[in-house]
Design a protein around this ligand. Sequence first.
Ligand code: CMC
Length: 387
Amino acid sequence: QGCFTYDPGFVSTASCESKITFIDGGKGVLLHRGYPIDELAEHSDHLETCFLLLNGELPTSEQKTEFVNEIMSHTQVDDLLAYTLKGFKQDAHPMAILCGLLSSLAAFYHTDIDNNSQEDRTLVAKQVIAKIPTITAMIYKHGIGEDFIQADSTRSYAENFLYMMFSKGEKDYKVSPVLTRAMDKIFLLHADHEQNASTSTVRLSGSTGTNPFAAVCAGATALWGPSHGGANEAVLTMLEEIGDVSRIDEFVAKAKDKADPFRLMGFGHRVYKNFDPRAKVMKEACDEVLAELGLSDHPLLKIAKRLEQIALEDPYFVQRKLYPNVDFYSGIILKSVGIPTSLFTVIFALGRTPGWIAHWDEMLSSPLKIGRPRQLYTGSVKRSYPK
Ligand code: CMC
């Protein structure tokens, strides 16, 4: 069979070199191009962080204005995309629709693009970052049977997203600055996370020279699962299922029972064996949003707070270093903002898009080898077909 390293789950295999993101899971460190995530969350914003991920440096104020204007100028989508969307059943899972629409972007926007041209790759990056909020809002409006709202490019990226989601197109529609800031933080905190399953999928798919929108779509399919981006949806479903603080112990016991496949959603991480630095920022944003909306006494939040406390004290979670992760808090914020649970993973995809496309771009900027893992064959030895 040859000599291969067998590393199930890729726990100790580096699949590439990258200059974009550094994680030290043991110490709870996450840096984008060298900048700590908590400093970016405090001083930067999502689009500036997108520029940083794509270009390696923070923009000057002129570069930032130009980048923001360019992104906002690409927020519209082709009218035909709306027809594609209307072909989906209204109650289809939003992730299924997102995957369909992302791949169909290739049909609308990638006809003459050369993957080997830096200029073309930068254009694709801007297009996909700009269009995914519009597509997300369209998926939401389709689900509730309302008209799509045209993007308002005079608003900020996050504000425009909330405007397209919740307005009926009123030009003077007001979006709360606290909610805009929280939404922007959710996007920023999800922007990149080195070689997670979805980003690795984008790289593997992109390594074949495929269409970039198709590679991003591949990333979205990997994100969908509950062990990855689907966790924020699973957290809310779990909190609703627990329903009352009095039932928490029962669920914690199930999570600890090795004969039961149930896990506490929103706890644990493959890389962080310390508090996820994104979760710290998300927790603060969560408290801010709940205070703004007067929801601090929300029953789900009480359950969430108690679970968080148990995880930080119970020896089972402490010994295994199972801290609350970013999805634990983002789900609560999204729920409070009025975003339906089934759309949570789409929001994660929206936030992660710059990371996916930055890795695709970085990969194509150097000589490329197609990703082609091997396997350890454990099947039958050679045998003859029965005659
Ligand atoms: N609840 C109960 N036990 C858990 C949990 C949990 N959420 N997570 C891990 N464990 C236990 C697991 O049973 C194992 O115990 P033992 O050593 O006794 O067999 C130990 O902790 C190590 O778990 P693992 O499965 O080897 O860890 P992993 O690195 O393969 O998995 C994970 C990481 C995130 C998939 C897992 O912790 C999990 O399923 N968490 C719940 C889902 C979740 O919140 N996912 C979002 C991840 S963060 C967002 C993202 O980056 O996509």
